[in-house]
Design a binder for this molecule. Structure first.
Ligand code: NDP
Length: 384
């Protein structure tokens, strides 16, 4: 059996991974599960999956977790260090499904011990890509993408001949507001923004999909996972989300991975790699779908994608500043403190005001992240 640790086990990706574990008895032994504050959800998942260790980031939730695990024999722990300990404990695969830069320290802990990582937590690669990839090189850790686009690219990428890749093309559904004007976006609610037309996901990534920041974060993620050069990365809108991304080669051939929009396909691919296993995902019926559409992204209506592109080109800590500002702005939108269109304005203002520098160490990333969050909060206060 392969031992598996899931960081962020109570979320959308984490619970879909646990669904696959339950459907495949004897394939994975769950070593550890983590959550932020959902003690009941974590305890239920730990009991159901036979986990040995359950760690909750919020120390205030420890008593609830302990009580919910009483008599199970499952070890409970709390705090950020406990989440890192879950990542450090021996285990073959670590699925990183924490949302946001909070995943950085535990991801690095798993990378530094040379684990195989199934990476969903894109924000970690965005804010600390050079640190994570250098640590993986040093430890021999394997990084497998879970994000459906990157998983698709991974499946069709000629790893032996990366210089034969002409272009990586990330597909993007366009989100719930694909056809709306800027004026129409002014008053949209959190519920509107979370109503993704194709994918069912956690709140933060749903809002990132509505602003197209998600695609911007994915561009930066692709830049670190598939180092073909910035000029060979592209984005195309594809509302049906059937083609999950494409790789164009120098001879003009374009290879794509297709499937129904069910995250259990890329999660299973990463968790069982290099094997393929059956999943309960609906089969693709192209005749029923009938039509696949593509269009260029509109960077004027969706400036977050343009900001991410600029941050990626600027390099250094600019992507970390972008990510931190976005996390703060999205949280403020969810909390009703700012409007939807304030998100890109806050990110732009933060990028303009926080000095960017090199990203050579975890300490530098944490310090940049801290300064960017402080500036983004100041922007929110100024708007309020
Ligand atoms: P969710 O919000 O559904 O779940 C997030 C998970 O992270 C929960 O287990 C949560 O615990 C935990 N968590 C949140 N904050 C912290 C923290 N500060 N410290 C430790 N744990 C924390 O997110 P998703 O599953 O939607 O997304 C997870 C990651 O995967 C994101 O980076 C996202 O971009 C990426 N991704 C998601 C996809 C999807 O379909 N959902 C698709 C592709 C990528 P608790 O429940 O206790 O709050």
């Amino acid at each position: 059996m392969t031992s598996l640790t899931i960081l962020g086990a109570t979320g959308s990706v984490g619970s879909q991974a646990l669904d696959l574990v339950a459907r495949n008895p004897g394939r994975w032994q769950v070593a550890a599960l983590t959550a932020n504050s959902d003690a009941q959800g974590l305890a239920t998942a730990a009991r159901a999956s036979g986990a040995r260790f359950a760690a909750i980031a919020d120390p205030a939730a420890y008593a609830d977790l302990k009580a919910a695990l009483a008599g199970s024999g499952i070890e409970a722990a709390a705090g950020q260090e406990a989440v890192c300990e879950a990542a450090q404990r021996p285990g073959d695969i670590v699925l990183t499904a924490i949302v946001g830069a909070a995943g950085l320290a535990p991801t690095l802990a798993a990378v530094e011990r040379g684990a195989t990582l199934a990476i969903a937590n894109k924000e970690t690669l965005v804010c600390a890509g050079p640190v994570v990839t250098a640590a993986a090189l040093a430890s021999g850790a394997t990084l497998l993408p879970v994000d459906s686009e990157h998983n698709a690219i991974f499946q069709v990428f000629d790893h032996a001949q990366p210089d034969r890749v002409a272009k990586i093309i990330l597909t993007c559904s366009g989100g719930p507001f694909r056809t709306r004007s800027r004026a129409e976006l002014a008053g949209v609610s959190v519920a509107d923004a979370c109503k993704h037309p194709v994918w069912s996901m956690g709140a933060k990534i749903s809002i990132d999909s509505a602003t197209l920041m998600n695609k911007g974060l994915e561009l930066i993620e692709a830049h670190h996972l598939f180092p073909v050069g910035l000029d060979r990365l592209d984005v195309i809108i594809h509302p049906q989300s059937v083609v999950h991304s494409m790789v164009e080669y120098i001879d003009g051939s374009v290879l794509a991975q297709l499937g129904t929009p069910d995250m259990r396909i890329p999660i299973a691919y990463a968790m069982a790699w290099p094997e393929r296993i059956a999943t309960p995902a609906a089969r693709l019926d192209l005749a029923a779908i009938g039509r696949l559409e593509f269009e260029a992204p509109d960077l004027v209506r969706f400036p977050c994608l343009a900001l991410a592109w600029e941050a990626m080109r600027a390099g250094g800590s600019a992507p970390c500043i972008l990510n931190a500002a976005n996390e703060i702005a999205v949280a403020a939108f969810i909390a009703g403190q700012v409007a939807f269109l304030d998100i890109d304005a806050i990110v732009a203002a933060t990028l303009a005001r926080v000095a960017s520098g090199p990203v050579g160490s975890l300490g530098e990333v944490i310090e940049t992240d801290r300064r960017a969050r402080a500036e983004a909060r100041a922007q929110i206060t100024a708007r309020a």
